[in-house]
Design a protein around this ligand. Structure first.
Ligand code: SF4
Ligand code: SF4
Length: 417
């Protein structure tokens, strides 16, 4: 097996001349720092692309920029990549002649991550994660760093698919990154079309770690129970996660489908807008539903369709490679897209997609092998999307704004090209 990233076991930790660098000063980076320490390895420094973190200290170590890392000796510097941006970090390291870079999967497997999580420095991080959420974040990381191995071994393993089951939402966030604020006459996804599309996808892929069931608000679709009961029949899926903005708990509905193995309720608490957040937690505890909750006071300023300001190819590639949503393959109305912004922008006819940016699952002339190749290309072969031209991007440089500010009326947009 040709492995791009080295494993922790390849690291010569007895060589005292080694500089140990952790790339990524987020939760996984901090966990890696503590896990290395528990295994007798002292890391020296963090690197992070986010200018807001650079120059600061966490866990008694300085955070430097990737530009500063370029000055380090390439032979004796060993870099543990502890964030999900492999598609931009690995080319950067290679371009600057670093050869010793590692994934952190196995070092984290050697420790009790949740116990260690309670010891990390929380400065510049959001609120504490519940164990289930941390476990999912680590699974996400593992899928991202195994991507190269999967491609080399012709395995089609996806970390997730967003199964968008409605355009409706119980909130009207003016900066919704899924573009719900632009739908004037929102509709639910057609059940038969959705099932037909999912059957085709699931028989073409080897494994999907998470099916993320969302909208809008998935509870606005009265067929949510039927959809979940169908999704749990797929054996090659790790988890089925149902998202809620906690606006309300559906009344007079049997929610037993949420109690099934592999089904998780993911509650986002937007404060005042999420009036039922507390009730959801009580309900989930009482009913034995696996759940996680996270509060969200700010999010990135990426929820709007912007005019085409003629970004260069290089700028588009940079935006795509550093986007935290560019790996959220999304199913909407029988078509598969690379990200939810692309899915909803094309569906709204706010802009057109380019060749290979979408797969029409209703096209019966596409055979199983061809569909597998197309999904492989959509998931791993894109340099950027047509949608990136009309999107503000979602990287460390995108401004943070208050989350869930409500709009009274739906927003207007014009076709962009
Ligand atoms: S961001 Fe707001 S409008 Fe968009 S799906 Fe979530 S709750 Fe609904
Ligand atoms: S359109 Fe491009 S930049 Fe915007 S969310 Fe999708 S992949 Fe990211």
């Amino acid at each position: 097996m040709q492995t791009l990233l080295k494993d922790f076991s390849d690291f010569d930790y007895k060589n005292l001349n080694n500089q140990v660098v952790i790339f990524g000063a987020g939760t996984i980076g901090r966990l890696t720092d503590l896990a290395l320490k528990k295994n007798g390895i002292k890391s020296n420094i963090f690197v992070d692309s986010d200018p807001r973190k650079q120059g600061k200290e966490i866990q008694s170590k300085k955070i430097i920029s990737p530009d500063e890392l370029k000055k380090f000796d390439t032979d004796s510097t060993h870099i543990f990549i502890a964030c999900n941006y492999f598609s931009s970090i690995v080319p950067f390291l290679k371009k600057n002649n670093f050869t010793n870079f590692y994934k952190v999967t196995n070092i984290l497997k050697k420790v009790d991550t949740y116990k260690l999580y309670n010891e990390i420095d929380m400065d510049m991080l959001f609120s504490k994660l519940l164990p289930l959420k941390l476990e999912r974040n680590l699974a996400f990381y593992n899928e991202m760093c195994n991507k190269e191995d999967y491609i080399t071994n012709d395995k089609l393993v996806l970390k997730s698919i967003d199964v968008q089951i409605t355009e409706k939402c119980s909130l009207k966030c003016k900066d919704c990154s899924n573009l719900m604020q632009y739908y004037k006459k929102p509709v639910d996804s057609d059940y038969d079309l959705l099932v037909n599309s999912m059957d085709k996808i699931m028989s073409s892929v080897d494994f999907i770690d998470e099916l993320r069931v969302l909208g809008g608000d998935p509870f606005m679709n009265k067929e949510l129970n039927k959809i979940i009961n169908k999704l749990v029949t797929y054996k090659n899926v790790g988890r089925i996660v149902v998202y809620t903005n906690a606006r309300f708990i559906p009344k007079n509905q049997n929610l037993d489908y949420l109690k099934q193995p592999r089904v998780i309720l993911d509650i986002t608490d937007y404060g005042e807008a999420s009036a039922a957040a507390g009730k959801y937690v009580e309900f989930a505890k009482k009913e034995g539903i696996a759940y996680s909750i996270n509060s969200c006071n700010t999010w990135q300023d990426c929820g709007r369709i912007i005019p085409n300001n003629k970004k260069t190819e290089k700028e588009l590639e940079h935006q795509f490679n550093n986007c935290c949503n560019s790996d959220l393959v999304s199913l909407l109305h029988g078509k598969l897209y690379r990200c939810p912004f692309s899915a909803n922008g094309v569906n709204l006819k706010a802009f057109a997609s380019i060749k290979d940016d979408e797969i029409n699952l209703s096209d019966n002339s596409i055979g199983k092998k061809e569909l597998r190749d197309k999904i492989m290309h959509l998931s791993f072969g894109k340099k950027y999307l047509a949608a990136c031209r009309f999107c503000n991007g979602r990287d460390y440089a995108t401004a943070n704004i208050p989350s869930a500010i409500q709009t009274k009326s739906k927003l207007d947009y014009k076709f962009q090209n």
